[in-house]
Structure formats: C-alpha cells, structure tokens
Design a protein around this ligand. Structure first.
Ligand code: AMP
Length: 307
C-alpha cells in the first residue's frame, strides 16, 4: 500500500493523538478542522493541506460550545464511515475524533477565548457566543495537534477572519491558509447542512448564491449597485427568510461607504425551511471589479477614497 491509500490512524483520546503524532516521520503537520459529514469542500481543504505539508491531521468534532440551545447540534449529520473513506482517499495521516469529554475533561471550560467585537456582528449577532466557542476549540485543537499550518474555508468568512485575528493577536505559531468556497454545479455553496434541505428548499436556497453573483457582476459600479443587484434577486424569493445581506470591509466587517473601492465581503444569511444557510463572495469594488476567490493578504489595508 502507498501512503496515499493507507487508512488514517483514528485517535479518540489525547493519548492516542499524542502517540499517532509521535509516530509521524519528520516534516510539517497541517490540520483541517471539521464537524464531520465531510463533502467536496472539506476534501478541497485536505487536498490543499496535502499539497503543502508533509502530514495532515483531520479533526472531526461537534463542538457543543459553539451551538446555541435552540440550534441543530442533536440533529447534525453524523457520517463517520463515509468521512473515513474521504480521509483515506485524500491521504490523511491521522483522524482525531474525540468526544466532548475528551476535549473538555472538566466540563464547560470556565476560561474561553473571546472573539471580541468582531464576534458580535453578523453571524455573532444571530448566534450569541458562537465565535467564542469556535475560537476556544480552534485554540485547543491547534495545541493538541501541534500543527504548523491550519486550513479553513472562505465559506465561513467571519470565522476565518476571527481565526486569523486570534492567531495574530495571541501569537499562535501557526500559518492560517484560506481555501475558496466549493460550490455545487448550480452555485449552491456546499455545506453539511444542505442535507437538511428538501428538494423544494434546495431550489429556494439557490437565491443566496445567485444574489451574490448578481452583486459581484455589478461590482465595477460601486457599493450601492452591488447591494441593489443582490437584493433584487433575494426579493424575488419570499420563501428565503433573509437575516442579512451586507457588503462589508474584509477586516472590520463594517458596511463600506459609497466611495469605497477595493476588496470587500458580500455576505448573506437566511433561513430556508428549517435550515439556516450562509454564503459569501469576496469582491473587488470599482474599476475592473468582480468576484474574487479569496482575499489578498493585505485586503482592505490600503484602500483609499477615490478622488
Ligand atoms: P464544518 O465542518 O462545516 O465546520 O467546516 C469545516 C471547514 O470546512 C471550515 O474551515 C469550513 O469553512 C470549510 N468548508 C465548509 N464548507 C466548505 C465549502 N463549501 N468550501 C470550502 N470550504 C468549506
């Protein structure tokens, strides 16, 4: 068997992880953190990690800390055998799949990482405490895996931004790499939660990515044109209960003013049937504007008003 087709070592406890980690040959270790129910989006993160690091650890953990009391933790899809197939195919070295008592041996941790003000807007407003829960587990999993790089999807743009901030603000010795959103052929962003959608929900859900595309197509004309184009798609689909549609600065998440030119985040969230969905598109606003795959490294830092 070649390394690429060997079944990954499954570690359920801290000791098993430490043992599997110690058995890796020398070289960089990358981590891809997931909640399981893996799809092509996750596979793309693993591929990118594989391409750049010697070893890849995938974590599969449904983190209770980031779910609100009325959220979908109990019905979240659990597909471990299929997940293992994907991890095997993608050449993952270790799958760390702990239970909550392994990650939080003393129960609810009294100390958490605070996402601060950026964690209180958009998704954070809809899901209070969500990002504190995310950052706390990401911090712990970085320590436990000892990875030197970590791969996250642009699909969860605010999460990615907050993880970058945490790593910088708290000096985590890790390189954060972002991966463009993987979509179905018709544009729907892949998500483990798409399995909740009925056939008719799925049709309705398409308006999210279509709105983003319409917005991006109007990017050359400026912020209000982008917002107008995106909104005009959403208003045609009353069955999508839109929570927010925003065009914000990539690092402050504040609405960009009309004079703004440069990189911006067009983001949408809403409920379709019983399912809350999010999607976003990085865009360049102004001359030559349009959709971007991911933000450039210095996104939003050198944008100036046009005279
Ligand atoms: P999750 O299992 O939903 O917590 O996602 C785990 C990681 O996969 C996160 O970094 C997500 O941003 C990323 N991810 C989820 N869906 C996609 C997608 N459609 N394209 C790219 N990355 C994704």
């Amino acid at each position: 068997m070649t390394t690429e087709t060997a079944t990954p070592v499954v570690a359920r406890t801290r000791d098993e992880l430490a043992e599997a980690r110690a058995a890796l040959t020398a070289g960089d270790v990358a981590v891809v953190m997931t909640m399981g129910a893996l799809h092509h989006g996750h596979a793309q993160l693993i591929k990118q990690a594989r391409a750049r690091a010697e070893h890849v650890i995938v974590t599969i953990f449904l983190n209770p800390l980031q779910f609100g009391p009325r959220e979908d933790l109990s019905r979240y899809p659990r597909t471990f055998d299929d997940d293992m197939e994907i991890c095997t195919r993608e050449g993952v070295d270790i799958v760390f799949a702990p239970t909550p008592d392994v990650v939080y041996p003393d129960g609810d941790p009294g100390v958490r990482i605070s996402a601060g003000p950026l964690g209180a807007v958009l998704e954070g407003q809809a899901r209070p405490g969500h990002f504190d829960g995310v950052l706390t587990v990401v911090g712990k999993l970085l320590h436990l895996t000892g990875a030197s790089s970590a791969y996250f999807g642009q699909k969860d743009a605010q999460q990615l931004l907050l993880i970058r901030r945490m790593v910088r603000d708290l000096d985590f010795p890790v390189d954060v790499v972002s991966v463009p959103t993987v979509r179905e052929e018709d544009g729907l962003a892949m998500s483990s939660r798409n399995t909740y959608l009925t056939a008719s929900d799925r049709e309705v859900a398409l308006c999210l990515s279509q709105a983003l595309k319409a917005g991006a197509d109007a990017a050359a004309e400026g912020p209000s044109a982008i917002r107008r184009a995106a909104r005009s798609v959403l208003v045609k689909e009353p069955l999508a209960l839109i929570d927010y549609l925003v065009l914000v600065h990539p690092t402050t998440l504040e609405d960009v003013p009309e004079w703004y030119r440069g990189e911006a985040l067009l983001a949408v969230a809403g409920r379709v049937g019983t399912t809350r969905l999010i999607d976003n598109m990085p865009v360049r606003v102004g001359p030559g504007g349009g959709a971007l795959q991911v933000f450039s490294e210095h996104a939003g830092r050198h944008e100036a008003p046009v005279e």
